[in-house]
Write a protein that binds this ligand. Structure first.
Ligand SMILES: NC(=O)c1ccc[n+]([C@@H]2O[C@H](COP(=O)([O-])OP(=O)(O)OC[C@H]3O[C@@H](n4cnc5c(N)ncnc54)[C@H](O)[C@@H]3O)[C@@H](O)[C@H]2O)c1
Length: 254
């Protein structure tokens, strides 16, 4: 595909695998150029090497100087930034009493600071294109549960941050929305989901299964598109019905 200055672009953080990689591929399929951002250089280069119309940039989204340099590199290479998907995230589940300040900070640094930093740095470019921000939260940010004091709180912060962005950036024509995925079998989830947790999720989810990376990516790509041009400040749960179902007692299922 030839590259033209009119061709739309997107930045996807955490693009080396999982939901970020699926989102990258869907953007490419609709003709966008994509800046793939990840701190895992080896995985990023391996995936990006197999794709066309991508710009891989190694960057830790929790580090302000790296984020500023990344946005400058993407703006320079592409000439425009039409969408920013803040997808990079880490999961660390544990009881409150065993969550050291260091573990808490590690989760907040990527999941919440990273979203703030990347969005803020991209604003000047997004203003020029009336671009879109999509932040990736989680059902853990919509409903509290055990073991997620840091992860769940970081994701609830992402939902509020999205609303703040929508409120303030709307006058620049920038839209900000949020996707709250249910469980997806990525490396992140499998590191913290035991078989017992997997079974319990199946019981609590009306569709009775985990989602796929592509099922999350398609909501992200929709929210970045002109089809969502009057949607801002919203959080969409792509979760098989988990969020809408209250406690979803397995004993009440037929
Ligand atoms: N998988 C799920 O069940 C699930 C559910 C709800 C929400 N989410 C959210 O979806 C997003 C993507 O998750 P995933 O399951 O695809 O995870 P994943 O672990 O498969 O991929 C995450 C990617 O982000 C990168 N990354 C992590 N910290 C980074 C940092 N500071 N800077 C740059 N890159 C960094 C990792 O290297 C990795 O490539 C995360 O925000 C996660 O919290 C996932």
């Amino acid at each position: 595909m030839s590259q033209t200055p009119e061709q739309k672009t997107a930045i996807v953080t955490g693009a080396a695998r999982g939901i970020g990689l699926a989102t990258t591929k869907q953007f490419l399929a609709e003709g966008r150029r994509v800046a793939m951002i990840d701190r895992d250089a080896e995985a990023l280069m391996a995936e990006a090497g197999a794709l066309e119309n991508v710009l891989p940039v190694v960057c830790d989204v929790s580090q302000p100087e790296q984020v500023d340099a990344m946005i400058a590199e993407v703006a320079g290479a592409f000439g425009r930034i039409d969408a920013l998907v803040n997808n990079a995230g880490v999961a660390d589940f544990g009881p409150i009493e065993e969550t050291s300040f260091e573990r808490w900070r590690t989760v907040m640094a990527t999941n919440l600071d990273g979203v703030f930093l990347c969005s803020q740095a991209a604003i000047p470019e997004l203003r020029k294109t009336s671009g879109a921000i999509v932040n990736i939260a989680s059902i853990s940010g919509l409903r509290a549960s055990t073991l997620r004091v840091a992860y769940g709180t970081s994701k609830a912060g992402v939902i509020q941050l999205t609303q703040q962005q929508a409120a303030e950036l709307g006058e620049y024509g920038i839209r900000a929305n949020c996707v709250a995925p249910g469980p997806v079998r990525t490396k992140l989830a499998m590191a913290v989901h035991s078989q017992e947790i997997i079974d319990a999720y199946h019981d609590a989810i009306p569709l009775n299964r985990y989602g796929s990376e592509d099922e999350i990516a398609s909501v992200i790509v929709f929210l970045c598109s002109d089809k969502a041009s009057y949607v801002t400040g919203q959080t969409i749960a792509s979760d098989g019905g988990f969020q809408s179902t209250g406690v979803g007692l397995p004993a009440l299922r037929t």
